[in-house]
Write a protein that binds this ligand. Structure first.
Ligand SMILES: O=P(O)(O)OC[C@H]1O[C@](O)(COP(=O)(O)O)[C@@H](O)[C@@H]1O
Ligand SMILES: [Mg+2]
Ligand SMILES: [Mg+2]
Length: 321
């Protein structure tokens, strides 16, 4: 397998600023370090709750905190990074030097999977930094402004899936610790017979979402005229990876439980990076079937949004119910 191009070599050939390549190398290295802790789990005392609660009012797992510390330290030490923001930190952290880039991340996505040895991952969005010390307002750029987006998936294989704005490539971590290109030109098929949604929230959804899911559940006997399969890994990173590999739709809509919150997932470090990857792979990434996530103007660092992304024709069907 060593004849496969490494991430390092791929970045070397990329028509992108050296600073951006450095940021991506640093993120990729931090993900290898996070993977080691994820893989050793109980052996290194990394499972279970940390005892703290984050700014989202969610219980932090030890691995949320460890992953956040690894990424934050690596990125703030990188000369090309002017500041970072994370799901696990209340506000932004400027670096003590100037830099051309800002990094926003969900250090460990799929926290409820940690203690059951199910897939988790890391999601990262990279933006251009303004002149001077960045403030929170400087991070509130729309998803279209991202210069790179990636995730690492700690699953049966460890993979890193990356876009710098011209297509999507997937790298697999080799036994000797190198990211190697295994998935060139990742593309989301326009049609699908697979959907992903947390069905336990059904009674809280809007009428339109109820209608769409009712239609797909009726399968060949209903308005869609074909049978659907359902999958829910409970880690956006793994559910989106499945869609990039074989199509499908991933839905996390607004629901009535907390009507003042627009959804569960966070715009800046979940919605935006995943939306750029999905669009770059030819899929659609929306809040409601029509509004592109990437065009949402952010108002808050930890802003939530509804998410409907995946196979283009199926997202159109979702919009049309
Ligand atoms: O608990 P549910 O409704 O299955 O939600 C699962 C969703 O929550 C998340 O785990 C939220 O992310 P975090 O684990 O980073 O908080 C998503 O990855 C996933 O899609
Ligand atoms: Mg998450
Ligand atoms: Mg998380």
């Amino acid at each position: 397998m060593t004849d496969r191009i490494s991430l390092d070599d791929h970045l070397g050939t990329l028509d992108a600023p050296e600073g951006l390549k450095t940021v991506l190398r640093v993120v990729a290295g931090a993900c290898v370090d996070i993977r080691k802790v994820v893989a050793e789990g109980a052996l290194v005392g990394a499972l279970g709750a940390s005892g703290a609660v984050n700014v989202q009012d969610e219980e932090q797992k030890k691995l949320d905190v460890i992953s956040n510390d690894i990424l934050t330290a690596a990125l703030l030490a990188c000369h090309a990074v002017a500041g970072v923001a994370s799901e696990e930190m209340e506000t932004v952290q400027p670096a003590d030097h100037a830099g051309d880039y800002l990094a926003l991340f969900d250090p460990l996505d799929g926290s409820s999977n940690i203690d059951i040895n199910a897939p988790v991952g890391t999601i990262v969005s990279v933006l251009r930094a303004p002149q001077g010390t960045p403030t929170e307002a400087d991070f509130l750029q729309s998803g279209r402004s991202q210069v790179a987006a990636l995730y690492a998936l700690y699953g049966a294989q460890t993979m890193l899936v990356l876009t710098t704005g011209s297509g999507v490539k997937g790298f697999t971590l080799s036994a000797d610790g190198e990211w190697r290109l295994t998935h060139d030109a990742i593309a989301v098929s326009p049609d699908t017979k697979e959907f992903a949604i947390n069905m336990s929230n059904q009674r809280h959804w809007s009428e339109a979402v109820q209608r769409y899911v009712d239609g797909v559940l009726k399968g060949a006997d209903g308005p869609r005229g074909k049978n659907f399969n359902m999958r829910w890994v409970a880690a956006m990173v793994a559910d989106v990876h499945r869609i990039l590999m074989r199509g499908g739709v991933f839905l996390y809509p607004w629901d009535r439980r907390e009507p003042e919150k627009p959804g569960k997932l966070r715009l800046m470090y979940e919605g935006n990076p995943m939306a750029l990857l999905v669009e770059q792979a030819g899929g659609k990434a929306t809040t409601d079937g029509t509004q592109a996530i990437l065009d949402v103007q952010p108002e808050q660092l930890h802003q939530r949004i509804p998410v409907a992304l995946g196979s283009a024709n199926e997202i159109d069907a979702y919009a049309g119910v």
